[in-house]
Ligand binder design. Structure first.
Ligand code: SAH
Length: 514
């Protein structure tokens, strides 16, 4: 659907969840995928923007110095964009109606007569304690929960929060905003008679790879927070349930927690690696350096695909190649049997899996993406002299494989299925994030990711180490004058993740020893 065909725009106030990209609703994802315009704030995880359409207009309405917009400007922006006929997504951290001015935005939109919808999200008030191993309620400890904002200084006469009532109420109390004012808030609570040894926890950057929890008592938490320079955004939990963390802390035990890891694959491919790293607790910065585009000569490739049945073997060297091949194949034919009796070789497990997704058998599967391994496997098959082989690959790929196969007597045709081009956009602000906050490790999953990352000319963050998927990629890294800190023993995503895990845990072990 293009913009011109639309009549009425709608504004969707969408809960972006607390940070973990897995903690958003299906509705939120669908709205992001369909949006013409997305306006997001600094608490919304920018990785969510990778679901946006290529042509979506993405506007940052955050709180970075010099970039902030007033609430009035944001309201006007949302209304104007909707009136132009756009589907407008306003992404707000957590739940759009839990603090953070979502209600005011909705009122402004409603009074402008613009249609709107609310997509609730998981608020940090709930997710923060959960990820810190603190249940909001427990039959033995409490039967109600209160959310309040620490935005206002309790010393101010006009403070809207009745701390006397809060003290009387007890139960679990969760405070959003206000870590900066924790000193005056806790002294006000003490003054109102809350017991000084009440357990308190502060959870910052909850549900992200940068989550940190600080626990203490009402009497000392403010001082502890000051001493450790505990910064926003954080939620504070007051109540007996905080003590349950001792046995229920789960998320902060992940081996890669706090590690900032850059993923340089294409947007589409990144998610497998990113998800696995996130599952281990890492903070992933998706910084795609390349994008997959159709080959320069699609007609020539299509002709080879059309004749696929005349070959003895088709060799796929990447999942992208498989995808591009069958895209064309099923445009040409509507019967899978048109592929004839050709046998299929797929290099690496991900490539093989993609072939299997099309319900085709993989006859030969060299484990490693190195020409030598492929040749070895072919040799096992016996004499390949005069066999016709179609090699489906990227433009400008290494040419060792076709040469070697030809040298063994095969008749090789190369089908250029796609090409990789530099990714020039930075929709999720990953480049800015890398420059600003640095990273512990960068992952390279092919030579082209190395070359294209360096071509971006970004300053190398201090101490950022390098993980490579295999020897060819490592060679490219070294040729560029850089050092490979870890190379995957198995040259696939799982192998890479395993090696990264070892790299970080080894260091911890060594630290413990000395
Ligand atoms: N609508 C949001 C809250 C907006 S107010 C929600 O439902 O979560 C902003 C406050 O939310 C921050 O000051 C902090 O207290 C809290 N917050 C948001 N994201 C957080 C996170 N990932 N970890 C801890 N606190 C968070």
């Amino acid at each position: 659907m293009t913009k011109s065909t639309k009549q009425n725009g709608t504004v969707y106030l969408v809960g972006a969840g607390p940070g973990d990209i897995g903690l958003v609703t299906l509705r939120a994802k669908e709205r992001i995928q369909n949006a013409d315009v997305i306006v997001y704030d600094h608490l919304a995880n920018p990785e969510l923007l990778s679901w946006a359409r290529e042509d979506a207009e993405i506007i940052y309405a955050g709180k970075e110095p010099g970039e902030s917009r007033t609430q009035q400007e944001i309201n006007t922006l949302l209304i104007d964009k909707a009136r132009e006929g756009n589907q407008v997504v306003r992404l707000k951290g957590g739940d759009p109606f839990v603090f953070g001015r979502g209600a005011e935005e909705a009122q402004a939109i409603a009074s402008a007569g613009v249609p709107f919808e609310i997509v609730p999200g998981i608020t940090s008030a709930i997710a923060g304690p959960a990820y810190a191993g603190i249940p909001m309620t427990h039959r033995m400890h409490n039967s109600h929960v209160t959310f309040f904002t620490g935005h206002e200084d309790p010393a101010k006469a006009e403070s809207a929060i009745d701390y006397a009532a809060l003290a009387k109420l007890g139960g679990t109390q969760v405070m959003l905003m206000g870590v900066e004012r924790l000193g005056s808030i806790t002294s006000e609570m003490l003054k109102q008679g809350v017991r000084s040894d009440l357990p308190v926890a502060l959870v910052r950057s909850a549900t992200t790879g940068q989550q940190e929890t600080l626990t203490g008592r009402l009497s000392d938490i403010a001082q502890k927070a000051r001493a450790s320079d505990f910064k926003a955004p954080a939620v504070a939990v007051f109540g007996e349930v905080v003590g349950l963390r001792d046995s229920l802390n789960w998320y902060e035990k992940r081996p890669l927690l706090g590690k900032r890891i850059v993923v340089t694959r294409t947007r589409k491919q990144a998610s497998v690696l990113s998800d696995k790293l996130r599952a281990l607790g890492a903070h992933v910065i998706e910084l795609p350096t390349i994008r997959i585009e159709p080959p320069s000569d699609l007609r020539e490739f299509a002709e080879l695909v059309q004749d696929a049945h005349v070959y003895d073997w088709i060799v796929f060297t990447s999942a992208n190649g498989v995808e591009a091949f069958f895209n064309v194949f099923f445009k040409l034919y509507d019967d899978a049997r048109e592929i004839g009796g050709v046998r299929i070789a797929a290099i690496g497990p991900a490539t093989a899996q993609r072939v299997k997704d099309f319900h085709l058998h993989v006859d030969l599967q060299p484990e490693e993406f190195v020409a030598e391994a492929v040749l070895r496997e072919f040799k096992k098959q016996g004499n390949i002299e005069n066999l016709r082989i179609l090699l489906v690959r990227a433009e400008k790929a290494r040419d060792a494989l076709p040469k070697e196969l030809s040298a063994m007597g095969a008749i090789v045709d190369e089908g250029f299925a796609y090409r990789t081009v530099p990714e020039t956009r930075d929709t999720s602000g990953a480049r800015r994030q890398l420059a600003h906050d640095g990273a512990d490790l960068i992952t390279f999953t092919s030579s082209s990711t190395v070359e294209n990352f360096l071509a971006l000319g970004l300053p190398w963050p201090k101490g950022m180490r390098i993980a490579s998927i295999g020897p060819i990629t490592s060679k490219t890294v070294r040729d560029q004058g850089l050092k490979v800190d870890v190379e995957a023993r198995r040259h696939d995503i799982d192998g890479l993740v395993q090696s990264i895990r070892e790299l970080f845990t080894e260091r911890t072990l060594r630290k413990v020893k000395f």
